[in-house]
Structure formats: C-alpha cells, structure tokens
Design a protein. Structure first.
Length: 380
C-alpha cells in the first residue's frame, strides 16, 4: 500500500475523531450545566484517575502511556470548555476590570521612584527610560525597594528581574514571594560593562575588581584572562564605581556603566567587556496598588502547585489549550515549606483577549495558591 492510500485511511479516521470529539464536548457541556445547577465542582480528581487507569488498560501495554497523555489533554479541554460556559466572573477579574477603568490613560511622566544602589546604577538608567522626569530615592538593597512601595514612601520601584546572559536575579524572585505589589511596566536595557579605574591606573597593576555578582558573571571571559586578580562582589555596579573613586587607589577597578565613568570622574581601561554583545537586562516597574495602563499585553503570575506528578503539565496544558504563550517560567523554593515551589509565569496575552479573561477565571482550579502580579506593556 502506497503513502497516498495510507494517508487516506488516516484522513478517514480523523473525520471520525473530529465527529466524536464534538459529541464528547456536547456531553461535557451538559455535565457542566448539571454541575452548576447542583453546585458541584468542575474538577473531580477521583473520577479522572479512574478514567485514566481504565483507558490505559484498554489501550494495552504498548499504547498505555500515549493514551494516558491523550486523555489528560482531553480532560483539560473539557474543563476549559466547561469553565467558559460557566462564565462566572471571579473577584480577581472584577478587580482587574476596575483597575482598567480607574487607571489613567497615560503613564505618569513624573513620580517618586525607588531604585537599588546609588547614582549611576543601571536601575537609574532604566528608571529614566520609563519616566521622563523621575524623582529617585536610592536604597541599599532590593528589599528596601519593595518596602518603600509597601509603606507608600515611593509611588513606584525599579527592579532588575533577568539578564540575557546571566539569567534570573534570584534575590528579586525570592522577595516577590514575600511582598505585595503590582507590575505596571517592564523595560529591556542594553548593558555594556566597562572596566573603570582612577586616572593613571594600568591594567597590569590591578589586584582587585569590584562589581555586582551578576555583572561579574556577565564578564567571565574577559576576567578569566586576568591573573592574580581578586573579584569582590558588592551590592551594585554604581556602588563599585563610587568605592573606586573614593579610595583613590590605582590598584583596584570597578565593572560599571559608562555613565558611572563620567559621573565619578573615572577612566575606562577596557570598554564593553561583557561576554556577549547582545547583553540585556529586563527591569520591572512596580507599584503598591493594581494599575493597568492601556496596551497591556503581558501578564505575570505566581502559582503554588501541589507536589504531584503532572501538576505543572496540567497548568501548561490549560495555557496551551487557551492559546496563551508562556515567555518565562521560573521556579523558586518556598521558605519554610519543604520541597514546595512557587512557579513564576510571564504570559504573552492582551488583557482584552477572551483567553486572558478565561484564564483569570480558571486560576483557582489550576493550583493550590496563586498570586496575580499584574498586566503591563514593555518599553523598548
């Protein structure tokens, strides 16, 4: 039998599958109506387990796993369809609608903004790209930025969340679990690291280099070529530049931005020492209350999933069913909870899209706990 005939057989089977799938979803809709009328939950885990065992047994040993995966996806499709038919707005969805209606149509040009570090920090550069005329208050660490927002000391805060070379800023993710805030905007900043020294210093005289640990990691190739040089992490690249300036020494250097060179009167021994030319850091702008500005097409959420096989798969399957693209997935251990993790998701979806509305209304059933971090647009 040739390939054309075999494909014809597949097409015939697919026609039957499509027809049977439609009938199955019609019955699922009837079940959803019955559950709503009798105040029953959409998800019945025991029923699903029994069904998966049954279909796997009927499929036989060779096809058991494939059949189990197929029916797991069918269950997700049915639940998503049943939830859509229910069309019951949740409290979170109502809060989002209110935020859309009450948030100003224009992003503020002036604001009191919290940044980590000192003058010349990359956070300051990102801040001045997001706001035209910000009033900046500096804090020693990332927690200070979160606290300033929660206590109302600043209207907004700027935080680095990931780098294209060095990966996620894990300290920020850990703090995101503990603090209440809303993401209102994000920005990708091109990062060029420079080796800065006091005027007159020479490369062969350098014995110590100061910078933030992420910046050090992003310049590994250049630094590995230096001999007998001690690398010393500090809380910020601008802090490193300030330390070099204040020391007056010619045997130490800082890895920092070109703006730090100009700000602190330093000399550049070597420009653009980062490993990759396309080195970007993504910053988020946070606020205390929920604000959603026009054009928001990204959403960030955190979820605590039960510690069972397939828990994360079910969440990703539901997002796949809804056609929502996951652009970021990060897991972080929960403090004081053994072997439990918080999963961070960045989703590429407009707040005006039906799939966004449906996902927000289904979050309760997808996980043990969740935290909606906001919907926003990204400045480029």
């Amino acid at each position: 039998m040739d390939i054309t005939a075999l494909r014809g057989k597949i097409d015939g089977i697919d026609d039957q599958l499509v027809e049977l799938f439609g009938k199955r979803m019609e019955i699922a809709a009837q079940i959803a109506k019955y559950k709503r009328e009798n105040n029953l939950p959409i998800l019945v885990p025991g029923r699903e387990r029994e069904k998966l065992v049954d279909v796997a047994a009927k499929a036989g040993p060779e096809m058991a796993n494939y059949t189990r995966v197929l029916y797991s996806m069918l269950f997700e499709l049915s639940r998503s369809y049943q939830s859509k038919l229910g069309d019951t707005p949740t409290d979170l969805y109502k809060q989002i609608v209110q935020a859309i209606e009450t948030t100003p149509k224009l992003f503020p040009q002036q604001a009191m903004v919290a940044c980590q570090g000192v003058e010349g920090a990359y956070s300051q550069i990102a801040c001045e790209k997001i706001f035209k005329n910000p009033m900046i208050m500096y804090f020693k660490n990332f927690e200070g930025v979160f606290t300033a927002i929660e206590q109302g000391l600043c209207q907004y805060g700027i935080l680095p969340i990931e780098n294209s070379t060095a990966g996620s800023v894990k300290k920020v993710y850990d703090l995101m679990i503990r603090h209440d805030f809303s993401i209102v905007r994000s920005f990708r900043l091109k990062i060029d690291h420079n080796l800065l020294v006091n005027p007159g210093a020479k490369l062969e005289d350098i014995t110590e280099i100061y910078s933030h640990e992420q910046a050090i990691g992003q310049c590994n190739e250049f630094l590995s070529g230096l001999k007998n040089v001690k690398l010393i992490p500090v809380e910020n690249t601008a802090v490193a530049a300030e330390m070099v300036k204040q020391s007056g020494r010619k045997d130490i250097a800082a890895i920092a931005s070109r703006s730090c060179m100009e700000l602190y009167g330093l000399a550049c021994l070597q420009a653009a020492i980062q490993d990759k030319g396309n080195n970007y850091t993504r910053f988020i702008c946070i606020s205390k209350g929920l604000q959603i500005y026009p054009g928001a097409d990204k959403t960030s959420i955190m979820m605590v999933l039960n510690h069972r096989p397939g828990a994360l798969y079910k969440v990703l399957a539901r997002m796949y069913v809804l056609g929502i693209n996951v652009t970021k997935l990060e897991s972080r251990p929960l403090p004081d909870r053994d072997f439990e993790f918080m999963f961070y998701f960045d989703l590429d979806t407009s707040i005006y899209a039906q799939e966004f509305v449906q996902l927000i209304c289904e979050l309760d059933e997808l996980c043990d706990e969740f935290k909606y971090l906001g919907s926003y647009s990204e400045v480029v």
